[in-house]
Design a protein around this ligand. Structure first.
Ligand code: ADP
Ligand code: MG
Length: 247
């Protein structure tokens, strides 16, 4: 079977400082995959490199056996909330409509069926009653649900989300994780940067444990073991000991 996503010997650096060092990964369709690791481990960088949003020093990334540029339309991306300009004046429905235009032909007038589809996607995240609000008026969880609706509107096969649960309410978190599981069950590939380890077991099928290098990639039970986790979180553990907290 062809892998959805194949990453080979990926290296990324910023101003000569290595952020990601020799990552190899192969992710099959129908998996909900979490990317975990300490702050600054390169989680967001890995996602951005897979999306061709940062230049890579070395390596190969194939999605459905093709380059990211050829398959871009098939890939939905929900960036970290902190990276989005929430003051940008745009309606909720228009935000979702952008998802129906992966070619960014946003100056074409959307057709009635596009609007209906965008509204349908808002319904799936429980945000249809907010369709004519400004995005900046919404709570963090509501904004995150609208961005997931935009990703759904794109009808992608691969979904990348960067820390979607940070700073959101529990209802939004449950809505989002349940939808991600539905996408997984439909055979989509869903890849989520995540740092709350307590939920990792309930949320994901597989985990990528990262700390610049790939520490481990495998089933959740295989990764969430103290002897594996300590390899990525060593610095944090020794810091905790220094300040007198037992891990
Ligand atoms: P994570 O998402 O795991 O917290 P990042 O991928 O954001 O980690 O960052 C990995 C490393 O690269 C960190 O040391 C960070 O400071 C650095 N970094 C990330 N983005 C940039 C950038 N645009 N310019 C310079 N350094 C960056
Ligand atoms: Mg990050």
């Amino acid at each position: 079977m062809i892998s959805t996503i194949s990453v080979k010997d990926l290296h990324v650096s910023y101003f000569g400082k290595e952020a990601i060092n020799g990552i190899n990964l192969s992710i099959e369709p129908g998996n909900l995959v979490g990317i975990i690791g300490p702050n600054g481990a390169g989680k967001s960088t890995l996602l951005k490199a897979m999306l061709n949003l940062v230049p890579i020093d070395k390596g190969e990334i194939d999605i459905f056996g093709r380059t990211i540029i050829e398959t871009r339309k098939n890939i939905a991306y929900v960036p970290q909330r902190s990276q989005i300009d929430w003051d940008f004046p745009i309606h909720v429905l228009d935000t979702v409509l952008i998802g129906t235009y992966p070619n960014l032909r946003i100056f074409n007038r959307p057709k009635k069926k596009d609007k209906e589809w965008a509204y349908e996607c808002l319904k799936q995240v429980g945000m249809e009653n907010f369709y004519n609000r400004q995005i900046g008026e919404l709570s963090g969880g509501q904004q995150q649900r609208v961005f997931l609706a935009r990703a759904l509107a794109q009808k992608a096969d691969v979904f990348f989300l960067d820390e979607p649960f940070v700073g959101i309410d529990i209802t939004s978190e449950e809505t989002i994780i349940n939808l991600l599981k539905v996408l997984r069950d439909k055979g989509k590939s869903v890849i989520v940067v995540h740092h709350d380890l307590s939920k990792a077991k309930d949320y994901f099928d597989k985990l990528v444990l990262l700390n610049k290098e790939l520490i481990h990639f495998g089933n959740v039970d295989e990764v969430l073991r103290p002897d594996v986790m300590i390899k990525a979180y060593e610095r944090e553990l020794s810091f905790l000991e220094e300040i007198g907290v037992k891990a």
